[in-house]
Structures are given as structure tokens and as C-alpha cells.
Design a protein around this ligand. Sequence first.
Ligand code: OXD
Ligand code: MN
Length: 580
Amino acid sequence: MTTTNAALRDWVARAATLTRPDQIHWCDGSQAEHDRLLELMLERGELIALNQATHPGCYLHRSHPSDVARVEHLTFVCTRSRDEAGPNNNWMDPLEANRRIDALFDGCMRGRTMYVVPYCMGPLASPFSRCGVEITDSPYVVLNMRIMTRMGEAALRRIERDGSFVRGLHSIGDLDPERRLIMHFPEELSIKSIGSGYGGNALLGKKCHALRIASWQARDEGWLAEHMLIVGVENPQGETHYLACAFPSACGKTNLAMLVPPASLPGWKVWTLGDDIAWLHPGPDGRLRAINPESGFFGVVPGTNQKTNRNAYEMIRHDTIYTNVGITADRQPWWEGLGEGKPAQDWQGRPYDAANGPAAHPNSRFTVAAKQNPSYSPLSEASDGVPISAILFGGRRCKVAPLVYEARDWRHGVLVGAGMASETTAAAVGKVGVVRRDPMAMKPFCGYNFADYWSHWLSFEGRARQLPKVFHVNWFRQDDDGRFLWPGFGDNLHVLRWVIDRCTGRAGARETAIGFLPEPRDLDMQGLEIGPTALKQLLDVDPAAWRAEMDDIARYLGEFGDRLPPALTEQQRRTRTALG
Ligand code: OXD
Ligand code: MN
């Protein structure tokens, strides 16, 4: 297979001259190709067959122990001017960046096969979709890209029709963290990544293309590329509302996207469209319409069980690639929070010993096709996406942020998103549990200056007639003894119900300085064992804590200097003044 697109042919030839692979393989995405790669990886020990009787089609990959998470400190946005990238990104001049990374690519594929992976982000026929080509020397990346994107021949044909594509050059290099770099060149729509075979560092369609490069394209073209799940919530009357929800990595996006309604809410259904990324376009109907650019889930494994996420639990029992979980004596995958069986080997293949830490790495993952999810929505394939009724922002905050509140309007909603903060998780290398500002959950993923990004968000007032309502949720609030006040998981539907009823004007609220909050009577609490004191704490807005919060938001926004849109400062001042 090759291509009629001359730019693609030339780029592949140039990449081969630089990296010197033994052979070049153009991926067609077929089953036969998949089977050959699987065989190869099993032979080389890069995949381990799990118990095929209990987990048919499931395999385990163990990544290098130093290569288990995204590396934000080694991730760069390389624009000609530093201000374009903004204080929210690591920046390097494109010439210097290319020089440095090309030196690492020089000859790095000797003795290896170069795979050329054409892919489409989004349904193949959708005008909202965008294509890319990843060149990689990792068969693990090829197998994952085949699940996570529409990969192969059909994507190549679309590239030939469109004439444009994002270029992604990837090599695992020598996996030395000192020789690891993830570079983005949004002005050239290109990505270069070396030294990691892991997730968001290596599956370039995901964070690198669908967020960092796409956010840049979206600004130029008048849409939004966001770190959001997309979920449809159907009420017992058969009316479905679609929500797009932005939470930082490993804060429960996958669980919310495939929530199982609790017995206390009979007749409600939840439909999954996406668990990580949403591309939002103003539609001809004046509403924001969302597609999920991905076709699979690369989700965090630990904690997944029948109770926390029955859909995920069922979906990963077959045809799943596991990365960095433990295994039982009879080669079933095992992780902390599974609630059954016991580990024989840990994620590094050592005999399990609790003294070595958890059996599954806290950021261990499953890769699985979206269609395997019992709550999969067929509208995931709709070319024009689904209309979004509400946008939810949220974070992991043990204090300060109440269970839920609604922004006064779109502009205030942009401030609520820009002011988001969350305790850090194992999804990225670094200290866990530290509160950091993570606007719109895009801190690691926005491909340009946040100040310009907020201006772009604000501009939607003039682009769509009926914008979604904006909310903020926090499932992680704790009492003074450090116990979670809210049960989370399926019971989050009690909160989504209030959100939807606010969108249709069916639920009440009280106005506070930070926005609209439900009174206890406005929430359907049936079946929840939450006493009046706990509920009061969950819905509490402590003025002193919020004054400190708004002051910290002002300090943070101040880092963006003159580029900051005045409307955002005005919203911050208005809330701060209302707090007294
Ligand atoms: C992810 C992440 O893998 O956000 O989705 O880290
Ligand atoms: Mn994510």
C-alpha cells in the first residue's frame, strides 16, 4: 500500500532517511494485519496472552518501569513566538526543537520496522472529523491506534480526498527518560515524540493531535477541542439530554461516561458517546454539537469493579489490551479494587509482594473498542454529532467546591472553567494530591496561550444562539475526618438529574455569590443515605474559603498579563465583590 498524496509520500521518505528503518509497512487496519502484529509481539514477549478461557482476546503489555505516565515536563509547544504558546506551556523555538529532536531520531529505527499509520479522528464521513498519519516503530502503538481511532485504508482514502493531515513522527527510541521529548508544532500541524511507548506520549492521535493540535485548529476554524466526556442521559419519559464534562485526568470521566443508574432512579438510562475528548461545533440549529474523535477507551484500570463501573467491568472481559496490571496464578488480569482473586505477579512481572507496592500500577490502563461498552450510543457514529445541553466542569477537591453549582451565564461559565483546580493524580509523572489550577481540565493539553483560549471560549456568545448551561461539580468533598461525603459513581445521576431539570426549567435553586445551588429540597435524594448535616456540608459555600479561592484565581489569571480577556477579569471581580 502507498498513497497518491505526494506530500505524504515525501514526508514518509524523509522520515525514513532520518530514522533508517529496515522496512516500511503501510498499515491498512485489516484483521490479518492485526493478527500478524499480535503474533509478532507475542513471540517477542512484548505482549503476554492472558487467560483466554476467562478473558478471550485479552493481552497484557508491560511498559518500561520508567515509562508509565504522561510526561508534562518533557512536553513542548513549539510556536515561532513564545507568547503564542503562553505561560501554560513549555515552549521551545521550532528550529531549536527540530534540531534537538531530530538528533534523537537520527538512525533510531535501525533494525526496526517503520509503521505508517493513517487514521481519522471522528466518524469517517463527518465534516467535523480530522485526519492524521502517525509514523511509529512500535507495534504496540499500531494495535492501540487501531482501537482508539478509525485507522487504515479508509482513513488514507479520506486523507487523499481532503488533501490535509496532521503529521506525527514517533519512535520509542531507547526509552531513556533523559532522551524523551514530546514536541508539538501547531503552525505546521505536526508532532514529534521520542523515548516513550506509553499512552498519551505515544498514541499521537489522542492528546497530541485531538487536543493540543486540534485546539489550535479549532481556534482558527471556530470550534472547540476539549478534554471532555460526552454522555446522553435519558429520563423515564424517553427524553435524552447530552452533557459534555471536563475533569482532569483520572478523576472519574470514564465512570461518569458509562454510569449505571442506581435502583433509586428507575427508568433512567445513560448512553456513552466518549470518555475523554469532545470536539464541539456550532451547528446549523444554533446549538453546540459534539463528536467524540476517538473510537475506543484508554481508561484507568484500578478501582474498576462490578459496583463502581459495571459497564467497564463487562467491556474489558474480552478483546482488551491491558497495560501494567498484575496477573493471577492462572493469568487473569488483576488490579487493586477488583474485589476478587489475588495477584501472583505485579505489573513489572515480579512475584507479587505487598512490600513492593500495588500489584497494578496506579496508572495502569485498558485499551478497548467503544462498541464493546454495553451503554455505547449508536449516535457515536453520527456525522453531525449530538446537541449539548450542559457543560460540566469539575475537579477533585476535598474542600471548598460544593457538590454542584450552576454558572450565572456563559461568561460566568468561562470563569468557572478557567478557575478550575484539582488535586493531581497518577496520570502524569509528579507528586500526587497537590492542588493545581487546571482550567477546563486543559492545563496539560491546550496547544496555545490560555488567555487566547479563554477569549475563544468567550467568542461563542457570538457563534451559537443557544449555548449550553455551565455547571461545576465535585464528587470528592470530604468531612473533617477525611471521609467522602458523597457516594459518587451511579449516584452521581442524582446530580445530573438536577442539572438536566435546570436546563429544562423544571428544578429550583438559590442564587449565591458563586452561582446557583440546589436547596436540599431541589435534589432527588431518594435511596441515598445522606443525613441533613452531610447534605448541608455538601452544599456549603464558605465565604472565607471562597474569598481565598477567588483571590487565588485572580493571582493565577494575572500570570497571563495583558492578553487576558477583560470579560474574564470582570467576572472574577463580580464574584469576589459578591463574596464581601
Ligand atoms: C488520559 C489522561 O489518559 O488524561 O486520558 O491522562
Ligand atoms: Mn484524559
